[in-house]
Design a protein around this ligand. Sequence first.
Ligand code: SAM
Length: 217
Amino acid sequence: MSAMLDTESEEPIDLEYVENAKKPEGERGRDVLDHMNESHAPLTQWGFDHILFGDSVLDVGCGGGNALRLAMHKAPGAQFFGIDYSDVAIETATSFNGEAVMSGRLILKKANVEKLPFEDGLFDTAYSVESYFFWPNLERDLKEVSRTLRKGGTFAIITEMVAGNMNERSRKISDVMKMNVLTPDDLQKEFEDAGYHEVRYDWDMAKGWLVIQGKKA
Ligand SMILES: C[S@@+](CC[C@H](N)C(=O)[O-])C[C@H]1O[C@@H](n2cnc3c(N)ncnc32)[C@H](O)[C@@H]1O
């Protein structure tokens, strides 16, 4: 089900791959980012069909940058920003979106979601694809994203790692990696506890895809 973790595979779990999905490093990290750019595209497109993009947009945990490329296509007039705490991810996302970076339409920064290098109230929209379960403290990190949103701005998490809807292999990977994989209702509670309002989710259980979003009060 999960493209990121190749959870349909019959092969033994490749922990180096999963480590590099959490924080891509070196040559293996580059390969994993290229793979995720391709394999996350259908989930990402589906998630984006549920989001309204404003004029200023942030991607949290942008990885190899294909989500940014797809989002820039959907919101042609918007200014884009992306952050990731992996050097290799920022390098890959930069070369993948070279023209947009050169023109200033896309600004990429190395940063941890824990402390975003942006002023308060900058973004109309923020989103994150297949990353929340790696974050150090979800409620606190959701608040940090909210800090950077304007009042009424939206944050959306798009993911296929959803507790209660994973096969045995995904569960094993999630256990070994100590990933914080939540149910849609628990994610909704995290959003609400972090102060978001009008929190709602769309869940395609057959595909295993979830998009959950809330607004800054
Ligand atoms: C599974 S990859 C997904 C990448 C990209 N969003 C995509 O869908 O292809 C997870 C990404 O989140 C980033 N990430 C994980 N924890 C992070 C944190 N605390 N702060 C910033 N980025 C983080 C990783 O470096 C990695 O690039």
